[in-house]
Design a protein around this ligand. Structure first.
Ligand code: DGY
Length: 331
């Protein structure tokens, strides 16, 4: 009998087809958001689960689905998955790093530039017919080239943003991270390690690219925003919850910082109502990795992992981007 897998959200048909070559597949073509109870009900008898990134995988779900052996996500962030609980139960977990790095860095840069140069604010002005004449300071914003870029979280995406800033825009790059990069990488990126406080006080454009965990909750709140320059911008392409959105809205309204670009939000898809009313924030619906080729590559990487984790395909037993490969010895 074929092994059964569940695909928790709608996804590319060619990715599903690859799963069907190996497994009996239940899909979610309506793209409904299932409750945990519904997810548990549908997982009965399934050994594999494909998730798109936000579905919570916790100890309660794992206890209710003892036959589950692999959870493969097409997102790089996996704060929705209780990894220790999965490991304890012998459930293989994979994420989707690397394939989205450049696309996400492009978007982070675009969001930073849109905030600095007031692109959406000026577009709204034009669309509502308010543009009647050119004037010397019309939507005059901040420069990006030649300024100081601050990066909080210097993993793959942070480094890709640093490269764009240093090599493409002649920016001085400062960063803060749990660990300092090697001197060779710092030299290649033109990046210097500073304390979090120095970063906040010094940079002109701050980009957040750190993973979310209870330890990074509200890494940026009122205290941190107060340290930033009044002319600075803040861009968050990491996760909601890293920024205290209420404190950010307050800082933007009071012009304690100049502008922000946000792709992720606390409690998304809900957005703090104060942010929606402010002109000096660019808001996008968690799309930093959303180029079609990249989203397809993310989905196929999750498929590669699921096929391999369940002992099929050319990489059987060797899922390429497993987060807890040690559990495979127990399968
Ligand atoms: C990721 O891959 O983590 C992106 O945020 C998309 O969910």
């Amino acid at each position: 009998m074929r092994q059964k897998v569940l695909v928790a959200r709608a996804v590319f048909a060619d990715a599903i087809e690859r799963l069907r070559e190996h497994f009996e597949v239940e899909t979610n073509d309506a793209d409904d958001i299932w409750s945990q109870a519904e997810m548990i009900r549908r997982l009965q008898g399934k050994v594999g689960l494909f998730i798109t990134g936000t579905q919570p995988i916790d100890a309660v779900l794992l206890a209710a689905c003892p036959q589950l052996r692999a959870v493969c996500s097409m997102a790089v962030g996996y704060n929705n998955v209780d990894l220790p609980a999965c490991t304890a139960r012998g459930v293989l977990v994979s994420n989707a790093p690397d394939v989205l790095t450049q696309t996400t860095a492009d978007f982070g840069f675009a969001l930073m530039m849109a905030a600095a140069r007031r692109i959406t604010e000026s577009e709204h002005f034009l669309r509502r017919g308010a543009w009647t004449k050119w004037s010397y300071d019309l939507f005059a914003g901040a420069d990006v080239h030649g300024t100081t870029l601050g990066i909080l979280g210097m993993g793959r995406i942070g480094q890709a943003i640093a490269r764009r800033g240093a090599l493409g825009f002649g920016m001085r790059v400062l960063y803060h991270n749990r660990s300092q990069l090697g001197a060779g990488v710092e030299a290649e990126l033109g990046a210097s390690y500073v304390t979090k406080e120095q970063l906040l006080r010094t940079c002109d454009h701050l980009v957040l690219v750190l993973p979310y965990s209870p330890a990074s909750h509200h890494t940026i709140g009122a205290v941190e925003l107060a340290l930033m320059k009044a002319t600075a911008t803040l861009t968050n392409i990491a996760r909601g919850g890293i920024v205290d959105d209420a404190a950010l809205a307050h800082a933007l309204r009071e012009r304690r910082i100049a502008a922000a670009g946000l792709d992720v939000f606390e409690g998304e898809p809900a957005v703090h109502p104060d942010l929606l009313t402010l002109p000096n924030v660019v808001l996008t619906p968690h799309i930093a990795s959303a180029s079609l080729p990249t989203r397809r590559a993310m989905a196929h990487l999750a498929v590669d992992n699921l096929i391999a984790a369940l002992g099929a395909g050319p990489h059987a037993g060797r899922p390429p981007t497993a987060l807890n490969p040690e559990v495979l010895a127990r399968h």
